[in-house]
Design a protein around this ligand. Structure first.
Ligand SMILES: Nc1ncnc2c1ncn2[C@@H]1O[C@H](COP(=O)(O)OP(=O)(O)OP(=O)(O)O)[C@@H](O)[C@H]1O
Length: 250
């Protein structure tokens, strides 16, 4: 089953054609990686999946993005509900300047959960889901800004999980982290795909190879190749993919 179906997607930033006729299906409960040199449109495509580009002035989209068969750009789509279903984790961990508990409870509270017991349960299960409960359970009232970078990023994943999303978008979520924190997040992502569909932008080809089921390679706004990760990295169909993955450019 495909979670997202992208058909003939074109995206313009004012006069600039940033995504060119993208056609792509993203399977449920799998990890898909977007790779390609800087500026090729990976983040732009990721952001179209929960309409984060709506916030960019002059951004215009043509084509279809379907989530479970439903057009997310349809005027009847409730964007807040969409962003609850399709959560996002950014390159730089961005905890709110408040306690660990309040960071995770923030989303559920916004969506109307007030009951303390229920919030306690959500906070615990989300922190467990992000593999950081044991490290943080005795300091839930402490300010989140005091955590290490790797802990902050797992807290941000917990915060995303707290509203029970179906999809997790990760935009270079480990690029600011050391190898140990990166490896913890990669293990976590592999665990999370049992429940969620994960789409990640990464500059790290080894990371795509380690965790992604599928990989899409982009160049100057075009999707050059999309395949099972193993196939794309071992026998790419396109010469440009081969040149990129062998480090000949980018
Ligand atoms: N808000 C914006 N306004 C105008 N142009 C933009 C905007 N955001 C991105 N672009 C342009 O669109 C193109 C794609 O950018 P995007 O950030 O999607 O690339 P990327 O592949 O994610 O790059 P990186 O790996 O460096 O993050 C680039 O040429 C960029 O300059």
């Amino acid at each position: 089953m495909d979670k997202f179906t992208i058909r003939d997607l074109n995206l313009y930033y004012s006069g600039f054609h940033a995504l060119k006729s993208i056609n792509l299906n993203l399977p449920s409960n799998e990890i898909t990686a977007f790779i390609g040199p800087s500026g090729c449109g990976k983040s732009t495509l990721l952001k179209t999946l929960n309409r984060m580009n709506d916030l960019v002035e002059g951004c215009r989209i043509e084509g279809d993005v379907l989530l479970d068969g439903q057009d997310i750009y349809d005027s009847r789509m409730d964007v807040n509900h969409l962003r609850k279903r399709v959560g996002m984790v950014f390159q730089k961990a961005n905890p709110f300047p408040m306690s660990i508990y309040d960071n995770v409870a923030y989303g559920p509270r916004t969506h109307g959960v007030k009951n303390k017991t229920q919030l306690d349960e959500i906070v615990e299960s989300s922190l467990r889901g992000a593999a950081i409960w044991d490290e943080l359970k005795d300091r839930l009232k402490k300010n989140a800004m005091g955590l290490s970078g790797g802990q902050q990023q797992r807290l941000c994943i917990a915060r995303a999980l707290a509203v029970q999303p179906e999809v997790l978008l990760m935009d270079e979520a480990t690029s600011a982290l050391d190898p140990i924190s990166t490896s913890k997040i990669e293990d976590l992502v592999l665990e999370l795909k049992k429940k969620y569909t994960i789409i990640m932008v990464t500059h790290n080809m080894q990371q795509a190879l380690r965790v992604a089921d599928n990989t899409a390679f982009f160049l100057l706004g075009e999707m050059i190749e999309y395949d099972r990760t193993e196939k794309l990295f071992s026998v790419p169909s396109n010469k440009k993919t081969e040149e990129y993955i062998t480090g000949r450019f980018g």
